[in-house]
Design a protein around this ligand. Structure first.
Ligand code: 9MR
Length: 397
């Protein structure tokens, strides 16, 4: 579908939905938006407003994905699965793969994988693996090398003299502990930042400053040695839209992946986080298609690793908001799943009951955010149906 149809339809929906969700001061502006969109829309695209919103059949996302040779799953925190049996049951029902949101980071939330420079604490991440295995789910590892989620002791105790040894030992020990048991590892996360203005596009992080640009190759080699079976992934965000910042990030990520492949770094997959922005209308299917095809042409698999829809700038009314969120999921996934290299879809959480977005991107009107597939009562939302439909309509792998 050409880009303008997506854009028009979303502009129209944003306009119409806003009528019931916003105060009178904004109504005049949104009427104009809606009218302009209506005027510019041929009758055929108006029909799409009445998009089908439900799927038939009770099959879980896990089953639907499997039927297509895909895997669907979600991120979770141990504390939530452990204390909330209804939530745990929803994960068992819907997910073919589990991603610890905190437990495999050096330090995040209540999880301290690295309490000290000398020690490792696998208690929480082992619990996650047992949960996954006992419900016949796979697990993927997130994350070995990242500039965030580092322990308090890091800055004081890691220096140019010991950085390489610290990094390699971390990877040997953690990837080694789970060797042969994980689907894949995010080996390096978010290493690109064009705004940092380096010619190679690399983000200026502690790892870069301590080890130089070779830290990526070093990390992938250590991971390959520690776990020869896991698919080793480079994971990043800000790559989905037709905007100058995303253009720059796509270019830099592609360059990095090309370079890693050219130098023989053992990398097997690219992770597209896909934290979608519900209000963003600049979605260009052709640009996304092209980017995914370029990544695939390097011989890499593609995983959608952190999918959700940021809804803090959408209208308040849940009915309208849910329609727009569902559309964002479906528009994105319809394009992404057309690329045969895409093998995995992970949402960054499953139910609106627990999501990073309530802390990181709350709404100014204080209404609860609704970015995920199940509502806070664990009922399937339009977004669930949108994802199910996109999977059902995807070509088989
Ligand atoms: O969702 C995660 C949040 O709960 C943590 O506080 C934060 C820091 O560890 O990380 C969040 O997850 C991030 C992921 O690890 C990498 N991509 C961006 C995610 C959202 O910030």
């Amino acid at each position: 579908m050409p880009q303008h149809q997506f854009t028009r339809r979303r502009a129209l929906w944003l306009g119409l939905a806003a009528l019931t969700g916003l105060g009178t001061s904004t109504v005049a502006r949104t009427i104009t938006t809606a009218q302009t969109a209506l005027r510019n829309s041929p009758a055929a695209s108006l029909d799409k407003l009445a998009r089908q919103t439900q799927v038939t059949g009770e099959q879980s996302l896990r089953q639907r994905a499997k039927a297509k040779g895909l895997i669907y799953g979600a991120a979770a925190r141990r504390a939530n699965l452990f204390t909330d049996p209804a939530l745990a049951k929803a994960y068992q029902a819907e997910c073919g793969i589990l991603v610890p949101e905190w437990e495999l980071k050096w330090s995040s939330g209540d999880a301290r994988l690295r309490p000290t420079l000398q020690t490792f604490d696998f208690s929480r991440s082992d619990w996650m693996l047992r949960f996954a295995q006992s419900h016949d789910m796979q697990m993927r590892g997130h994350v070995l090398v990242w500039h965030l989620g580092l322990p308090d002791w890091f800055e004081e105790q890691v220096n140019r003299q010991n950085a390489e040894q610290v990094l390699v030992r971390h990877i040997q020990t953690v990837a080694g502990h789970y060797a042969g048991k994980l689907h894949s590892w995010d080996v390096v996360n978010e290493a690109i930042e064009p705004n940092n203005r380096r010619a190679d596009g690399l983000r200026i992080t502690s790892w870069l400053q301590l080890l130089g640009p070779d830290y990526l190759d070093l990390a992938f080699r250590a991971a390959a040695a520690a776990d020869p079976q896991a698919k080793l992934t480079y994971n990043d965000y800000g790559l989905e839209y037709d905007r100058p910042d995303h253009d720059a990030r796509r270019r830099a990520v592609l360059k990095l992946l090309e370079q890693l492949k050219a130098q023989g770094t053992p990398i097997h997959a690219f992770g597209l986080q896909a934290h979608l922005e519900g209000h963003e209308t600049r979605f260009n299917p052709n640009k996304l298609r092209r980017f995914l095809a370029d990544v695939a042409s390097l011989g890499l698999e593609i995983y959608i690793t952190e999918l959700d829809v940021i809804d803090n700038r959408l209208p308040r009314h849940p009915t309208n908001r849910d329609r727009l969120i569902a559309q964002a999921y479906e528009d994105f996934l319809t394009v992404a799943l057309d690329e045969p290299a895409v093998k995995l879809i992970v949402t960054w959480g499953l139910s609106d009951r627990y999501t990073w977005l309530s802390d990181f991107h709350p709404r100014s009107d204080r209404a609860a955010v609704r970015p995920l597939l199940l509502d806070a009562n664990l009922n399937r939302k339009l977004a669930w149906h949108a994802v199910a439909r996109a999977i059902d309509q995807a070509p088989s792998r």
